[in-house]
Design a protein. Structure first.
Length: 123
């Protein structure tokens, strides 16, 4: 089990690297970062809940991503100040977009499919 967690952690780090990299170049669409954020969330939840079924990881990840996105509709002064920080901007986001919901859905579905097809037998 520790080996599985370690492998998922390496994948998680790689996804974080790709996400940061995607924000550095204007040629890469912004939705790529949201897509990778969702993939990262899937593998983060997978690390935490290592023994759960992939479908449970997918649903949990979707709910967390959707909750964070809908929470962006809440615009109180204290949360706006947190969102102005680097951490707040990356974790909580800036504003609600339906395209983000779509990117999260595709990202988590992609991670789910990749895990089911390729990684399941190798990890």
């Amino acid at each position: 089990m520790k080996r599985k967690r370690f492998n998922y952690f390496i994948i998680l780090l790689f996804i974080i690297f790709l996400g940061i990299f995607s924000r550095k170049f204007d040629a890469i669409p912004l939705c790529t970062g949201d897509f990778l954020y969702a993939v990262m969330m899937y593998f983060l939840i997978r690390i935490i809940l290592i023994n759960k079924k992939a479908i449970q990881i997918m649903i949990t990840s979707l709910l967390i991503c959707y909750a964070i996105e809908f929470f962006q509709l809440y615009q109180s002064e204290w949360i706006i100040e947190i969102r102005k920080t680097l951490f707040g901007r990356y974790v909580l986001g800036q504003g609600f977009l339906w395209t983000d919901i779509l990117a999260y859905t595709f990202g988590i579905l992609t991670a789910f499919i990749i895990e089911r097809i390729t990684l399941r037998n190798k990890l």
